[in-house]
Design a protein around this ligand. Structure first.
Ligand SMILES: O=C(O)CCC(=O)C(=O)O
Ligand SMILES: [Fe+2]
Length: 384
């Protein structure tokens, strides 16, 4: 989640009016809520500066994809479904299958297919309308849901990350030429998220507000054998500090002290895919290089990812679409091209995955980690 999407009142809820109750909980005022869809009302963001969580500890991860039947018989039953490739190597649109009706074996097959296709776009789903608890229970099949350190969440449901944009007369391009921020969600975490469910419950009326995705496996494959060898053993620092700082500056929340973690630049997933695992949202430094060298290399890799339209797709949101994506192997960015007086509400619930490893022999070994928690950030010096 890039800085732009931190739950900060001014950026996230735009010009919306906010209300604070006696316990300090902040929510979107009825005035704004009245303009949102019925599903969105179930997920309206609330936040509270008193809500604090302990630092995350290392978590072992069992991957659902490894349990799945490779023929996907529990996902694709009967003949009443339709699948369309959004591009040859990334993204599949699926119609005629209800996620909410899948059994555990079917859900495992979703994880396997997501690991192969990166992004699964399920149309006409009833899962979101069933409410926040249902969504979180669903995600629990894939692991422990991640609680976002700086975003708002539906009332009593911290396991969902919510971003409401729009409803403002502010010009978002006043200081920026564009707002596209490629990232892999929460890559600064020790166990960044893996299987993620994303939906836009409030779609801008005049169109736009797509989400774009990039295939980081293909991004790695496009590199020459020599370049692959050059970056093979590199590690990079991923940092949550800028996100936390921005949240404070904008009057938002920091629910967990920001962390920085070192991850391999070439990550291998439990299903054996090699991923170019850097993102401009959170990757800050290549370990062992001098600053200029690190910036030079990271900029090349970020541009490679950003410019790779021939390994990217764009998802156009329709009512009741649910995207399942594997956050380990795709990057993504919101396309904020709609009129700012319009409203867009995204919700995401995602399971924490494995500690990223270069080599599968290190999978689930905490001693492989190079972790330093508790870096300096504004919150250390400010009562927030
Ligand atoms: O709004 C979107 O399309 C994606 C949002 C996102 O990337 C995030 O909140 O992390
Ligand atoms: Fe994101």
């Amino acid at each position: 989640m890039p800085a732009r999407y931190v739950l900060v009142p001014s950026a996230i809820v735009g010009g919306s009016k906010l209300e604070t109750d006696a316990k300090g909980k902040v929510k979107v005022a009825n005035e704004t809520a009245d303009k949102l869809t019925e599903e969105s009302l179930l997920y309206l963001p609330t936040w509270n500066k008193q809500e604090k969580y302990e630092p995350y500890k290392f978590l072992t991860h069992e991957d659902n994809a490894l349990k799945a039947d490779k023929n996907l018989p529990n996902l694709f039953k009967g003949n009443d479904y339709e699948t369309t490739n959004l591009s040859p190597k990334l993204g599949t649109e699926i119609k005629g299958i209800q996620l909410s009706q899948l059994d555990d074996a079917g859900k495992d097959e979703v994880a396997l297919l997501a690991s192969q296709r990166g992004v699964l776009v399920f149309r006409d789903q009833d899962l979101i309308a069933k409410g926040p608890q249902n969504l979180v229970d669903y995600v629990k099949h894939y692991g422990t849901p991640h609680i976002h350190p700086t975003s708002g969440a539906p009332k009593e449901q911290p396991d969902i990350h919510v971003v409401l944009t729009g409803d403002t007369k502010e010009d978002p391009f006043a200081t920026k030429n564009n707002l596209v921020q490629w990232h892999s969600d929460v890559s600064y975490e020790l166990n960044p998220t893996a299987i993620s469910l994303l939906s836009v419950t409030n779609i801008p009326k005049e169109g736009g507000g797509d989400t774009t995705f990039v295939n980081a496996v293909e991004a790695y494959e496009r590199l020459s054998p020599l370049f692959k060898e050059l970056i093979s053993d590199l590690k990079a620092v991923h940092s949550g500090v800028d996100q936390a700082n921005l949240s404070i500056v904008k009057g938002g929340v920091v629910k967990r002290h920001p962390v920085e973690n070192i991850h391999p630049v070439v990550r291998t997933t439990p299903t054996g895919q090699k991923v170019l695992y850097v993102n401009s949202g959170f990757t800050r430094k290549i370990v062992g290089l001098k600053d200029e060298e690190s910036t030079f290399l990271l900029n090349f890799l970020f541009n490679h990812i950003r410019n790779g339209h021939d390994f990217q797709i764009r998802v156009n949101w329709q009512p009741n679409t649910v995207v399942v994506f594997d956050n380990r192997i795709v990057g993504h960015a919101a396309i904020l091209d709609f009129d700012t007086t319009d409203r867009r509400l995204i919700i995401r619930s995602a399971a924490r995955g494995e500690r990223p490893v270069h080599d599968l022999k290190d999978l689930n070994k905490p001693d492989e980690n190079h972790v330093y928690e508790g870096p300096e950030y504004i919150g250390n010096h400010k009562d927030i």
